[in-house]
Design a protein around this ligand. Structure first.
Ligand SMILES: [Zn+2]
Length: 88
C-alpha cells in the first residue's frame, strides 16, 4: 500500500481545508432582459440596475445613430420634394 513520503504540514493541510466551505456564487436573471447576472452587478446587456437605466449600451448608441441617420435622410428627401414642386 502506498504511503505518503512526508508528513503534511499544518499550513498545507489547513490551506487545503480552507477551500472546503466554498459554494458556487448564485446568479439571478435581469428583470429587464432576462440575461443571467451576478448579484449587485449592473446588467451589461441592457444597462439596467435595480430597475433604473444606469448606462447606454453599444446597442442603444447604435439605435440612436441609425435613427438620426434616418431623420437626416427624411429631411433631405422632403427638401428635394419641395424644390421639385417649386421648379414646376
Ligand atoms: Zn438586462
Amino acid at each position: 500500500m502506498p504511503v505518503p513520503k512526508r508528513k503534511v504540514s499544518r499550513c498545507r493541510r489547513d490551506s487545503r481545508q480552507a477551500n472546503k466551505g466554498i459554494t458556487p456564487k448564485g446568479f439571478y436573471l435581469c428583470p429587464e432582459c432576462t440575461a443571467p447576472l451576478s448579484p449587485h452587478q449592473a446588467c451589461m446587456t441592457c444597462g439596467y440596475y435595480k430597475g433604473r437605466k444606469i448606462f447606454n449600451t453599444s446597442m442603444d448608441r447604435a439605435l440612436v445613430r441609425t435613427s438620426a441617420k434616418a431623420a437626416i435622410q427624411e429631411t433631405k428627401a422632403a427638401k428635394e420634394a419641395a424644390a421639385e414642386v417649386e421648379t414646376k
